[in-house]
Write a protein that binds this ligand. Sequence first.
Ligand code: C5P
Ligand code: C5P
Ligand code: ZN
Length: 468
Amino acid sequence: MSQPVPELAERAAACADRLRHADAVLLASHIDADGLTSAAIAATALERAGIPVDVVFERQLDEAAVASIAETDHETVLFTDFGSGQLDIITEYDDAFTPVIADHHQPADAETTYHCNPLLEGINGASELSGAGATYCLARALEDEETDNRDLAALAVVGAVGDMQGGPDGLTGANEGIVAEGVDAGVVREGTDLAMYGRQTRPLPKLLEYASDVRLPGITGDESGAMRFLSDLDIDLREDGEWKRWVDLTAPERQTLASALLKHAVTRGVPSARVDDLVGTTYTLLAETEGTELRDVSEFSTLLNATARYDRADVGLAVCLGDREAALERARTLLRNHRKNLSEGIDLVVEEGVTVEEHLQWFDAGTQIRETIVGIVAGMALGSEGISRDQPIIAFAATEEGEVKVSSRGTHALVREGLDLSAVMREASRSVGGDGGGHDVAAGATIPAGEQAAFVAAADDIVGEQLS
Ligand code: C5P
Ligand code: C5P
Ligand code: ZN
């Protein structure tokens, strides 16, 4: 049997063997798009292998979460999209359960037997393989002669894109092996298209107005400008009085619109490197209905974040497992709320500004931005007015438990210069009595209330050392 990521084949096989020997498995996963798709891939593969599974989701796999997992009567626990970073905690419960881990986060300082993580084989966990990708490798190893789990590659691609692993040229590294299997299985199409969020669902004026990755003067954030630009084109952009969406256009119409956009960008002085970013690699899920959020992996992953990050991972999981009725409707309602929160969050950060230290910039959102999305907001704010991409950004938000959630985001250019936010979050949080971890380019932590200033000072020193 071929393996999508040969380097992980042995680890995946060992994990699969251990799972096959379990009477039942408790599956614990993370509350974001990558965690949800990981859970759906694992649950489906286990079910196909005839292994009963129960699923739980956790915000963060801290001491209390691991303790409550240990209290269940499961002897085998599969952790997906987290677990590696908490190995030190998990291994303390050796007598309560056997852990099996499919993750892509920086491992903590401890050893375990069943551990499928790209970082252990020299594959980058921030950009080349997601939690869903590691879980997909495990799913392939769980196959027998009768099963073919390659259809699950569609979810693995959603997980990778949800974790922002795709660049302008799409997914790279180990992720490419997964895309190839999805293409072979007929569930994924890789193409080159306008790289704007909302090609499936947004009416054209909104598609253009809200596209923020490349700022187009006179169009981005300008409703009447976007309308004017569209009206000047020689295409019929309405149907029954309603604006068409990108997916409603014919290939020649798309070509006309895309060329006009590129021309507009060039005439308005957008740098050529940015103009190139208007077109990029896109992934379409062929089993999903055209014009829905699920057809495009980027829209799909946002829909999932809109559920899991609002305590409704059950809704997102049901969508991943195929519910196209009640769960999808519920998810769409959650999505409207999520979008509103993101846009209000970004406005808040841009209006209030960030505090610039020697090596980093930060803001404290208090209770004004939900802690589960403050990292997404920080990432989206990076590069907007007054928020430079030359320094990493750190965001604080209050948790319901009275602690402080920390999120940090950097850029790949800073990582190339030595930035490792995973180490920054771990060391700075531990120095003030908290804990954290993550990836080089995006990481997080939880610290006690009132420790923000001490945390910033410690983090500023560490970033300074890394970039020197
Ligand atoms: O926990 P997990 O690994 O799933 O989350 C990764 C996080 O890192 C996501 O919130 C994603 O948006 C962020 N990220 C980022 N920029 C990257 C890679 C990841 O903001 N280049
Ligand atoms: O929560 P946020 O989106 O900022 O998380 C960024 C990355 O850091 C995610 O991959 C998350 O799993 C990781 N993280 C962690 N430990 C924490 C908080 C976040 O490993 N305490
Ligand atoms: Zn992940």
